[in-house]
Design a protein around this ligand. Structure first.
Ligand SMILES: Cc1cc2nc3c(=O)[nH]c(=O)nc-3n(C[C@H](O)[C@H](O)[C@H](O)COP(=O)(O)OP(=O)(O)OC[C@H]3O[C@@H](n4cnc5c(N)ncnc54)[C@H](O)[C@@H]3O)c2cc1C
Ligand code: FES
Length: 272
């Protein structure tokens, strides 16, 4: 039986409906979680108990990639032991899932256009947002970066909801040869947009680079942080990041509760 841990957060046992490799070392897992599906908002995540074996006592956080009826999916990269074990779990295996957790992207600004910047598996954090933007009929661009062609994620999912996608790969095997942030700079330099807003998720260095670009071009930018987590309930302080409260002062905020979404320029990148 699911339990309501806090307002609209559920700790539930579910069954894997499918768990398939969709790109090199990346899997899409689908399961039925009616309560989580019903309350999930763009940017929110679930905390997943993979097994109770050695080194696996802590749950692992993953963004909710899509919601369809009572089903949710998560798109994940194999990083270490937890995600390796997860990728080996077959259809029918049982999973403990806590969520939805965290804050959400702010959609009240009516961007023109919305620019989604995803690096690697970071694009997973932007998919529910992409759907919400398109439902509001907001022009949306997708900038998707990967190490190489075989690791490229989500392009057809974004295109299927009417989003034009620009691709960058580190080795140039498809799209722009270089970083996705270089495409972002070129687009902002070349295009006179009315009210652009950037939404980004990816490796720490990419997010710091996006923030620098956002500052140079004065474009409001929201980012989803993916710090390592312990409890995901605001208790252990294992996930904190430094957030500026004025020019020479910062405080540590919890990515699991105050985040994972932050205004990019609020993060004290020189300290984090
Ligand atoms: C809010 C949030 C949402 C996330 N959403 C997704 C998602 O949708 N898809 C996805 O693929 N991943 C996502 N992640 C990252 C994912 O949680 C980690 O990759 C996963 O927990 C790694 O578990 P593991 O047991 O495989 O690796 P571990 O064995 O725990 O770690 C292996 C190695 O990776 C490093 N590492 C582990 N986690 C992180 C991290 N978060 N940042 C930097 N280094 C790390 C460790 O230091 C270690 O060196 C998210 C993280 C957060 C906080
Ligand atoms: S993970 Fe424990 S406080 Fe955020």
């Amino acid at each position: 039986m699911p339990s309501n841990c806090s307002l609209n957060t559920y700790d539930t046992r579910t069954t894997i409906l499918s768990n398939e490799e969709v790109a090199e070392a990346h899997y899409l897992l689908r399961c039925e979680c009616a309560e989580i599906a019903q309350h999930a908002r763009p940017g929110q995540f679930i905390h997943v108990m993979i097994s109770q074996g050695p080194g696996m006592l802590l749950r692992r956080p993953f963004t909710i990639y899509t919601v369809e009826g009572d089903e949710i999916t998560m798109l994940y990269q194999i990083i270490g032991e937890g995600t390796k074990q997860l990728s080996e779990m077959p259809k029918g295996a049982s999973l403990h899932v806590l969520g939805p957790l965290g804050n959400t992207f702010n959609l009240t600004t009516n961007p023109e256009p919305a620019i989604l910047v995803g690096g690697g598996a970071g694009i997973a954090s932007l998919m529910l947002l992409a759907v919400a933007l398109r439902e509001k009929d907001i022009q949306t661009l997708g900038l998707v970066g990967a190490q190489h062609r075989a690791r490229l994620l989500s392009v057809s999912d974004l295109e299927s909801i009417g989003i034009a996608v620009h691709i960058a790969t580190d080795d140039g095997s498809i799209g722009h040869h270089g970083y996705v942030t270089e495409i972002l700079t070129d687009l902002l330099r070349e295009t006179q947009w009315h009210r652009p807003t950037i939404y980004a998720c990816g490796p720490h260095g990419m997010l710091a680079a996006v923030t620098k670009i956002a500052t140079d071009f004065q474009v409001p930018t929201q980012i989803a942080m993916e710090n390592r987590m312990g409890c995901a309930m605001g208790v252990c302080l294992g996930c904190v990041c430094p957030v500026r409260i004025d020019t020479d002062r910062f405080e540590y905020q919890r990515v699991c509760t105050e985040g994972p979404v932050f205004n990019a320029t609020d993060i004290a990148w020189d300290i984090s």
